[in-house]
Structures are given as structure tokens and as C-alpha cells.
Design a protein around this ligand. Structure first.
Ligand code: NAD
Ligand code: MG
Length: 328
């Protein structure tokens, strides 16, 4: 494993150079503000009239249309939704300087060949291991969110140093930057969010809630058990792994964990995880997601509505409104 820290980075390759950020959402805002505060020359590229334009200007940034913003840039960072990157790349490519660098925060578009970078362009990945809000907050507090770095195309011979300089600018090098490949970052990121972080965790919560409610227990009590209290456990895992969690929960909870956890997440669940990973690796997931996006996201919308109309959402909203400390 290769990990870079602040001492390995020479940011002089970016001084007096323009860094262009396309998109001003979760990652875009955090990267743009952190880079500006690190002393870099930042330009944000957005669609005229979009909601983000006023927000970026109010934050003190220079905002231009994507085509104007990429002109003269040493690095062009694509921080729009993954499904938009192909059309955006095609619309700005003729305005990107020869010998510039393309930067991504997730490898999807490049790994699945949505974007096939022009041969003269360095193409790199700096993927923060956290949402944009955290990337900004940690930077402001003098820390950083760890990042992954990868090089897809090294046309200049300096692509890795350029990527590391960018990672230092957003604060990532303070926490460490681990070298990976576009394939590894893309496939593990998709697997993590599908099988464990987002898909796996929410299905586990909803299934636990339904099991208790169907057995006749009160929905409010079920909600506290399977959703509300999850935060305590996640915080312990985040701070100190399995060891810290086991130290803080009761012996009864630990014994129940050890004997019942493997009954719920069992060989069938592991086989399903493997099938999810195979779909990611062989491109099936990407192909289906791109087709869904091009069709106007009909399934995305109906499945999302079903999720948001689940009874756990109604119970949860009522109970959360009584915990005023959650609104802060
Ligand atoms: P987002 O949805 O929060 O923001 C999207 C931004 O792109 C918005 O400002 C929007 O106005 C702009 N945009 C949309 N269409 C556009 C277009 N056609 N032209 C110009 N701008 C357009 O996106 P995000 O979640 O920050 O994701 C950006 C990238 O970062 C993605 O590649 C994502 O995979 C990656 N990433 C996200 C996270 C995260 O926590 N959100 C973490 C790591 C990596
Ligand atoms: Mg779900």
C-alpha cells in the first residue's frame, strides 16, 4: 500500500495556475472553497441561470459558463453527477487547453468509458472518502478527509504530482492519500454503497422494522430500536472499530451479536453480495444505470417514492420532530 502525506507533495506545479471546478454541489463547493483558501486560482463552471451560480458567487468565487471556465485551466475537475459527465465532457473538450489535466472524484465515467480523454490530457482521480460537507468542515478546522489517488493517463509525465497537489489543496493530504486505480476505486465504491453503506444498511433497517411491527410491537418502539440507535453503533465503529463497539455495548448485546449476526447476514447474503460485485465488475450495473438515466429515470423515481412512503418514514418524522437537538 502506497500512502502519500503532506510532506510528499509539491504544490508549486499549481501555483499561478487555474483550477476549474465544473459543478457546485456536494463535492464541487467543498473543493472550490478549500482550493481557494489554499491560495489557488479557482474558476467555477456552471450552467447560466442554474441555482448553483448565485450560490458560488455569494461564496466569493469566480463563475463562468463551462466552456469559458475551462479555457486556460491547468486542471479541469468534473464534479457534476456521474451521469452528466459524458455530455459535459463532449461539450467542453474543444475549449480545454492542450496538455491540461482532467480530474474526477469518482472513477465511473472514465472506467466505464463514458469519457475517453483526449490523448494529450493527464487524467487523474482524487476521491475524498467522505461527503463534501465533511471535506469542507474538516478543512476549515485544520484537518482533512483522506483521499484516494489514481492516474488513468499520464501524458505530461507529472500527472501523479499534479493530482497530489490538488489533494493537498482540498486538505486531503493532511489525512493521507492512498494510491489506487480507477478500476479499484470505481468497483469498491459502487460495491460499498450498494451492498453495505446505503443499500445494505437501509434494507436491514426496514426489514428489522417490518419484522417487529408485523409481530405486533409498536412502530415507535421499533423505530427507536432499528433506526435511531444505529447512530450510536456507527459512531463507535467509526471511532474504534469492532473492539470499541464491543467495549461499550452490554455483554448481552455482544453475545447476541456474535450468535445472531451470522444468522441474518448468512451464506445467502454473502452469495448475493458476490452477485452484486460481479454485476459491477462485468459492467452490467453501469450499463443498466446509464440506460435508466437516458430513459429519464422512471424506475429510479418509482422506487425512490416507495422508499420515501414507507411507514418508517412517517413514524420517524414524528419522533424526530420531538428531538429538537436533531434540528441543529
Ligand atoms: P451533486 O449532485 O451534489 O452536484 C452536482 C453539481 O453539478 C450541481 O452543482 C449541479 O448544478 C451541477 N450540474 C449538474 N448538471 C450539470 C451540467 N450539465 N453542467 C454543469 N453543471 C451541472 O454531485 P456530487 O455528489 O458532488 O458528485 C460529484 C462527483 O463527486 C461525482 O462524480 C460523485 O460520484 C463524486 N463523489 C461524490 C461524493 C459525495 O459524497 N456526494 C463522494 C465522493 C465522490
Ligand atoms: Mg434501500
Amino acid at each position: 500500500m502506497q500512502m502519500y502525506s503532506q510532506a510528499d507533495v509539491d504544490t508549486s506545479c499549481l501555483s499561478d495556475r487555474q483550477v476549474t471546478i465544473l459543478g457546485y454541489g456536494s463535492q464541487g463547493r467543498a473543493h472550490a472553497l478549500n482550493l481557494k483558501d489554499s491560495g489557488f486560482n479557482v474558476v467555477v463552471g456552471l450552467r447560466p441561470g442554474g441555482a448553483s451560480w448565485a450560490a458560488a458567487e455569494a461564496d466569493g468565487l469566480t463563475v463562468k459558463t463551462p466552456n469559458d471556465a475551462v479555457k486556460g485551466a491547468t486542471i479541469v475537475a468534473f464534479l457534476t453527477p456521474d451521469m452528466v459527465q459524458k455530455s459535459l465532457y463532449l461539450s467542453v473538450i474543444d475549449d480545454i487547453d492542450v496538455g491540461a489535466a482532467l480530474l474526477f472524484a469518482h472513477g465511473f465515467a472514465v472506467h466505464f468509458k463514458q469519457v475517453e480523454p483526449r490523448k494529450d490530457l493527464d487524467t487523474v482521480l482524487i476521491a475524498p472518502k467522505g461527503p463534501g460537507g465533511l471535506v469542507r468542515r474538516q478543512y476549515e478546522e485544520g484537518h482533512g478527509v483522506p483521499c484516494l489517488v489514481a492516474v488513468h493517463q499520464d501524458s505530461s509525465g507529472n500527472a501523479l504530482q499534479l493530482a497530489l497537489a490538488y489533494s493537498a489543496g482540498i486538505g486531503g493530504a493532511r489525512a493521507g492519500v492512498i494510491e489506487t486505480t480507477f478500476a479499484e476505486e470505481t468497483e469498491t465504491d459502487l460495491f460499498g454503497e450498494q451492498a453495505v453503506l446505503c443499500g445494505g444498511t437501509t434494507e436491514l433497517i426496514v426489514a428489522g422494522f417490518e419484522t417487529l411491527v408485523e409481530a405486533g410491537y409498536q412502530p415507535e418502539v421499533a423505530y427507536y430500536e432499528v433506526m435511531h440507535e444505529l447512530k450510536l453503533i456507527v459512531d463507535l465503529l467509526h471511532e474504534g472499530g469492532l473492539r470499541k463497539m464491543h467495549k461499550f455495548i452490554s455483554d448481552t448485546a455482544a453475545w447476541g451479536d456474535l450468535i445472531s449476526g451470522p444468522r441474518v447476514v448468512n451464506q445467502t447474503s454473502r452469495d448475493a453480495m458476490k452477485a452484486v460485485l460481479t454485476d459491477i465488475q462485468d459492467g452490467t450495473f453501469a450499463r443498466n444505470w446509464i440506460a435508466e438515466s437516458e430513459a429519464g429515470m422512471p424506475q429510479f423515481k418509482s422506487k425512490m417514492n416507495a422508499d420515501l412512503e414507507h411507514p418508517i418514514e412517517k413514524v420517524g418524522a414524528d419522533l424526530r420532530s420531538r428531538m429538537d437537538w436533531l434540528q441543529e
